[in-house]
Design a protein around this ligand. Structure first.
Ligand code: GDP
Ligand code: IMO
Ligand code: MG
Length: 444
């Protein structure tokens, strides 16, 4: 029995869904604990590509309980659309559960997200425009609609009668947009509630009972550590807690229930949206990493925006190990580096103003944009890794690169992914039952 959190260790899109899919095979329950339809999780299984936004990627295995947890924000229209497309492809919703407590993304959240972004001008965040920020803002302001409210006619009506006129003031006066019709919104969302009803329950109770029965629970993180509301590159973050600690709050469990935390990183780095990215490569190297035209080209799954690309950053990697208490790492997309003559890796930062060198991030707030990366250079292996099935199959230079990351981050690399497909995965050590990580007192 092991309860495992899979968490993005960079800026999102690290390949979390591929790793979740791999581990789902031996899980009984797969739980999404935060975020909403801003996520875009790709799994390639037996030649079929699936792109998940709200539904846990564990749904690909029949018989697994898949939970949309209380910490999520759910756009019912997106949920119903995603689910019906999956059902058409033959997947099974018999064990799909949605928390009563998850918050609902309403039409005004979508409109306000887009209008607010527009109004920010050059201070925009580059959101996915899925209404995430405004939904979480209403949750914190205690003005949110929860999934359970969609099932209670009178409650929903009373809440919307108060909310919609207020949201219309914002839409009309602040953003010059047409007002929403309260009755239409009420009727549409009541109907969504009826369509979702059969999935809605107290998901935390299901998880706790499963803990009692010693079942295996997998927590599928969305976004990434550096997009975390508290610990990411604020304000260029999402509005939830993608980090490992978020699994407790977002799923409704205590920290003692989690046995293991696995961080997922690409062998390089990407970011979609605005915000600092010290190792970003805007020229030919960025283009080479982006691999335009390939099935897994660096293009956002949710928005289709090109991802910004750059070299692996061990300063941010160490930060991620710290914030999440990572037990081990999964490194994805090693194959993308196959054709590089030279591969760089950032080992420290130099403050552009003071010239001081930092091995660890001095502070996450405000300073990232002044940091210049200090690189070490690796000779590329110039050989395909996509057919490698074991660590020993990897070219010596690729092994050296993986070992260097493990050493720099002071965490073992348990999994290396060398292609999109399920079977293009190298297990170096058991990611779940491997030795519990022991922190060394003094890191080199
Ligand atoms: P997630 O949001 O973290 O689940 O990641 P995304 O699905 O947004 O983006 C990861 C992309 O990389 C997807 O297209 C995956 O199919 C693809 N991918 C994952 N692992 C590998 C790998 O090892 N090699 C290659 N070439 N593609 C990969
Ligand atoms: P997965 O789960 C990468 C980014 C957006 C923007 C910022 C805020 O696929 O890794 P939001 O819409 O959340 O308010 O946008 O966060 N972002 C992601 N970037 N992967 C994601 O999800 C992301 N979800 C949000 O681009 O910079
Ligand atoms: Mg993604």
């Amino acid at each position: 029995m092991a309860n495992v959190v899979v968490v993005g260790a960079q800026f999102g899109d690290e390949g979390k869904a591929k790793v979740t899919d791999l581990l789902s095979k031996n899980a009984d329950i797969v739980v999404r604990y935060q975020g909403g339809a801003n996520a875009g999780h790709t799994v390639v299984a037996n030649g079929n590509t699936y792109k998940f936004h709200l539904i846990p990627s564990g749904i690909l295995y029949s018989g697994k309980t898949c939970i949309l947890g209380p910490g999520m924000v759910i756009d019912p229209k997106a949920f119903i659309g995603e689910l019906s497309a999956l059902l058409k492809r033959g997947l099974d919703d018999a064990n799909l559960k949605v928390s009563t407590c998850a918050h609902v993304t309403m039409p005004y959240h979508l409109l306000i997200d887009a209008a607010e972004e527009e109004s920010r001008g050059n201070q925009k965040i580059g959101t996915t425009k899925r209404g995430i920020g405004p939904t979480y803002a209403d949750k914190c302001a205690r003005s949110g609609i929860r999934v359970e409210d969609l099932l209670e006619k009178d409650v929903l009506k009373a809440k919307l009668d108060w909310l919609i006129p207020r949201k219309n003031v914002i839409l009309e006066r602040l953003y010059n947009l047409p007002a929403l019709n309260s009755k239409e919104v009420y009727e549409t969302y009541l109907e969504y509630g009826q369509q979702m009803k059969k999935y809605v329950c107290d998901t935390s109770a299901i998880i706790f009972q499963s803990v009692r029965e010693k079942k295996n629970i997998l927590f599928e993180g969305a976004q990434g550590t550096l997009l975390d509301l508290d610990h990411g590159s604020y304000p260029y973050v999402t509005s939830s807690s993608p980090t490992a600690g978020g699994a407790c709050i977002g799923a409704g469990i205590g920290p003692t229930i989690i046995d293991r935390v696995i961080g997922v990183s690409k062998s390089y780095m990407t970011r979609v949206g605005e915000g600092p990215f010290p190792t970003e490569q805007s020229g030919a190297i960025g283009e080479q990493l982006r691999q335009v035209g390939k099935a897994w080209a660096e293009v956002g799954v949710t928005t289709g925006r090109p991802r910004r690309c750059g070299w692996f950053d061990t300063v941010l990697g160490r930060y991620s190990v710290r914030i999440n208490g990572l037990d081990c790492l999964a490194i994805t997309k090693l194959d993308v580096l196959d054709e590089f003559d030279e591969i760089k890796i950032c080992v420290a930062y130099r403050d552009a103003k003071t010239k001081e060198v930092y091995k660890d991030l001095p502070s996450i707030t405000g300073c990232l944009q002044y940091m210049e990366p200090v690189y070490e250079s690796f000779t590329g292996w110039r050989k395909s890794t996509s057919e490698c099935v074991s660590y020993n199959d990897l070219p010596a230079q690729a092994q050296k690169y993986i070992n260097f990351i493990a050493e720099q981050l002071d965490v073992p690399v348990a999994i290396v992914s060398v292609g999109q497909n399920r079977d293009q995965t190298i297990i170096i050590e058991d990611p779940i039952h491997g030795p519990k990580r022991v922190l060394t007192k003094n890191v080199k």
